[in-house]
Design a protein around this ligand. Structure first.
Ligand code: 9G3
Length: 567
């Protein structure tokens, strides 16, 4: 490809709204453009990367026994009524009507559609297992689309669905996908971790996320420094720190004018945050509940939602809390609480702790569970933290880091087959529900994640397997006949050897050409300049290294082969 013919409008300025490096660099590199909030256009260089990611995913799904299908984006309400999910997803679902006022949605996922197809076409245990997948746009009207391709409203996903005769069969399909996903992220050349994850509303309680490690990632994961345990913090189990037992002291109300935060009270009453109890009020499916954790801990909303088996949970607004409790944030506590109280396991062993008195400017000291209040339950409701004991090996310590969720696999069981009546006749002619799994990879998100993980101050450093082109030839002066002749000779030679090559024949200053080459992140740059040419050499530079190397023209192919060999 000649750069003069390639449509890649690079920018020298960052797009104003870009908050993440991938957002900035994919725009500046002329790879992506915004069409509307959360809706993007892939320009030629960007779409080459997307197609390379798709192909690697496709090959590994096929290798694992997947069969590719093409499912409709527009889905009829009836199917979502069957699964009972039409009402569950509010504004996040793009809804539309056809000319006959019939209800449809733009597919945010395809469990309903694929289960309906299989339900009507598969009748016998002989037709199972089945692994069906597609690579298709998905639509989710995110409340705050941001970070470019990392959280869009229209995005590309590979979604695979497995259908088995029983749980044992699902185990096999799930492991096949787990291994295929590892091969995908290995081949993409990305640093990633597989973590236990929360299944959310999708159903089933076993799922794993594939997290591309990046300090800018929205996901927080913890992993053990001694064993293989790793989990998304939403899911990570906590071993409670049991406080030493003490004799119970008399419950006492103390005046704490204007003292609201755990920190305030630490100073005002000279008591550590570990001897205080924090009370957070949530609204779960419309019902206010109070959650207690040790003062230095964070409540894990996902654990509260799962424990209450709620569809939706959010922090209660202060005015609601005032209405119910007559006191505001920072003055709340379990003693005399007018709503159900759920306490983290650590609170159970705490004695004589401090908490709000449910009256502004007052707190209780010497509060003891059992004597002064009785929660509905003590359970694991806090966020795991760096330094916690590993819940798996109970020896190692947990470390925490951030990343981007690019893959998520789920054991669904019979949630959808049950709701949609997807059954088959087993070898005894008995009708049984199909046992399902579903497996997603965010293709467009993975492109952005690759940039988050691989870039420098000059631009993108694409992993070899997904670089839009592998080699860029830069004649310093496109008007110099000898430089262009050598350039075109090398260009045709390398293309004939199967490499994807750009030759920058634009009438631009060398500086502009170098900046663009670094920005778009092509792995190998071959520069043809007057000085080295005198010695019959050209200059080769790897995008991920600063040093350059003079190479005799006749050795360029060998040199390039040794650099791009994907061992
Ligand atoms: C919806 C809307 C948003 C959604 C869903 C449904 C997420 C929904 C979970 C999944 C689970 C897996 C197959 C591929 C991998 C992920 N957001 N999920 O079901 F109606 Cl508006 O999509 N599905």
């Amino acid at each position: 490809m000649k750069a003069s013919e390639l449509f890649f409008p690079t920018l020298r300025e960052d797009p104003a709204e870009a908050e993440t490096v991938s957002h900035r660099l994919l725009f500046r590199a002329g790879m992506v453009r915004k069409t509307a909030a959360g809706i993007y256009t892939y320009l030629p260089l960007g779409f080459r990367v997307i197609k390379k990611i798709m192909n690697i995913v496709r090959e590994e799904m096929d290798r694992a026994g997947g069969q590719e299908v093409g499912l409709p984006i527009i889905q009829p309400r009836e199917l979502w009524a069957q699964s009972g999910r039409w009402e569950v997803y509010g504004d996040e679902m793009f809804r539309l009507k056809d000319r006959h006022q019939r209800d449809f949605c733009l597919g945010p996922t395809h469990e309903e559609v694929i289960t309906d197809v299989v339900n009507h076409e598969v009748h016998s245990y002989r037709d199972l297992p089945l692994l069906l997948y597609q690579i298709q746009n998905k639509y989710r009207d995110e409340i705050r689309p941001r970070f470019g391709l990392l959280r869009g409203r229209e995005f590309i996903m590979k979604d695979l669905y497995s259908f088995d005769v029983d749980e044992a069969g699902l185990e096999v399909s799930y492991q096949k996908m787990y291994d295929a996903y590892c091969r995908v992220f290995e081949r993409l050349g990305l640093q990633y971790r597989v973590v236990e994850a929360d299944s959310g509303a999708i159903g089933g309680n076993v799922s794993h996320e594939f997290i591309v490690l990046a300090p800018t990632g929205e996901s927080v994961i913890v992993f053990c420094d001694a064993c293989e345990y790793a989990a998304n913090i939403e899911k990570a189990e906590c071993i409670p720190h049991m406080s030493a037992a003490e004799n119970e002291l008399p419950l006492t109300k103390v005046s704490t004018p204007g003292q609201k935060t755990i920190q305030d009270i630490s100073v005002f009453l000279n008591i550590p945050d570990t001897r205080q109890v924090k009370t957070m009020v949530y609204v779960a499916d419309g019902v206010p509940v109070a959650v207690l954790v040790r003062g230095d801990r964070e409540v894990n909303e996902i654990k509260v939602k799962n424990y209450l088996n709620a569809n939706f949970i959010e922090l209660a607004p202060e005015e609601l809390v005032r209405e119910v409790m007559g006191a505001g944030f920072g003055s709340l506590g379990p003693v005399g609480m007018n709503m159900k109280v759920y306490a983290d396991l650590e609170v159970q062993s705490m004695n004589n702790f401090v908490c709000g008195a449910n009256e502004d400017d007052y707190h209780y000291i010497n509060v003891n569970p059992g004597r002064d209040f009785q929660p509905e339950a003590f359970c694991d409701l806090r966020n795991a933290e760096e330094g916690d004991i590993c819940p798996a090996c109970r020896e190692g310590k947990l470390k925490a880091t951030r990343g981007i969720e690019t893959g998520h696999i789920f054991k669904l069981g019979t949630k959808y087959s049950g709701k949609m009546g997807a059954t088959f006749l087993d070898e005894n002619g008995k009708e049984r529900l199909m046992v399902m799994g579903c497996y997603g990879i965010g293709i467009s998100r993975t492109m952005a994640a690759a940039v988050e993980q691989n870039h420098d101050e000059n631009g993108i450093i694409w992993p070899l397997a997904i670089a839009p082109y592998q080699i860029i030839i830069v004649p310093v002066n496109s008007k110099d006949g000898q430089q262009m002749e050598i350039g075109m000779k090398l260009y045709h030679e390398l293309v004939k050897q199967g490499y994807e090559v750009i030759i920058d024949d634009r009438d631009q200053r060398a500086g502009v050409k170098f900046k663009d080459a670094d920005l778009i992140g092509v792995p190998v740059r071959i520069t043809i300049g007057p000085k080295l040419l005198k010695a019959g050499q050209v200059e080769i530079k790897k995008r991920w290294e600063n040093e350059v190397k003079g190479v005799p023209i006749e050795h360029v192919s060998t040199e390039v082969r040794s650099i791009l060999r994907e061992d």
